[in-house]
Design a protein around this ligand. Structure first.
Ligand SMILES: C[S@@+](CC[C@H](N)C(=O)[O-])C[C@H]1O[C@@H](n2cnc3c(N)ncnc32)[C@H](O)[C@@H]1O
Length: 240
């Protein structure tokens, strides 16, 4: 049986995500517009997850490591703020992927706006699917759709993919494949929060031999109180 988001039980994560989704949908038919984050102006296209409604993008972008001269993969790039920032902060090769075609176009527009289109490639891809099989990166990062409705929850629009991962099917694929996309010594990072399903995430990490640690976190009072968490997932072979 499929269920709509209105039929979902009222846990704080679902409630906050529905509210954010509503705010996005109010804007979705409007023309591209701009917002300010990290003291820069950015384009946001209709139907793309927008950092103007949440502090999370700017927060993770400010916290992430950017290896100078290194390579950086942003999974689920949205407007491309993090990917562009990686290029501005000295990464030599940045790849940004998103399952939402509008997000890919949006990222390209922001790469041009900030003069980094020569070293940032945006690709329409379901996680790693459209990347060359041997493409590997010094940092792989996803500010993920960490709210987990049950399997069968309908992802009616591309925007739903920005918030919800039914049964953590996408997280499972991400955790299975991401370690193979790291260069030796590369780092795997996940933008998450306390409204994500930590128990399920831990189970998946155990399955794929990953150790979970919190690099940094911060509590914000929003629609509800939310703790945003930047997590590091370390493959077993690298544990000391
Ligand atoms: C929480 S939003 C973050 C967007 C952007 N990184 C930011 O911080 O503003 C999650 C992003 O992941 C993308 N996404 C969800 N599932 C995906 C998948 N299977 N493959 C690629 N991107 C995906 C969504 O379209 C969305 O842009």
């Amino acid at each position: 049986m499929s269920m709509s988001d209105e039929q979902m039980s009222d846990d704080p994560g679902m409630e906050r995500s529905r509210e954010l989704l509503r705010r996005h949908q109010e804007h979705t038919t409007r023309r591209p517009r701009t917002f300010t984050a990290l003291r820069k102006e950015w384009d946001v296209f209709p139907g793309v997850f927008s950092p103007e409604f949440t502090p999370v993008t700017a927060m993770f972008t400010a916290w992430l490591p950017y290896p100078p001269g290194g390579s950086f993969l942003e999974v689920g790039c949205g407007t491309g703020v993090t990917a562009v920032w990686a290029a501005l902060r000295g990464c030599r090769r940045v790849v940004a992927v998103d399952i939402n075609r509008a997000a890919v176009e949006n990222t390209r527009a922001n790469a041009r706006r900030h003069g980094v289109a020569d070293r940032l490639t945006a690709v329409h891809s379901d996680l790693f699917a459209a990347l060359p099989p041997d493409a590997a990166f010094d940092v792989v990062f996803w500010n993920s759709n960490y709210v987990e409705p049950p399997a069968g929850f309908p992802l009616d629009t591309m925007l739903h993919h920005a918030f919800f991962d039914p049964g953590y099917a996408a997280h499972q694929r991400f955790l299975a494949e991401a370690p193979t996309r790291l260069t030796p010594g590369g780092r795997l990072l996940l933008g998450f929060s306390d409204v994500g399903n930590h128990e399920h995430l831990r189970e998946l990490c155990d399955t794929y031999g990953l150790t979970l640690s919190t690099l940094r976190s911060e509590v914000r009072e929003l629609h509800t109180t939310v703790e945003f968490q930047l997590l590091e997932l370390t493959p077993a072979r690298r544990r000391r």
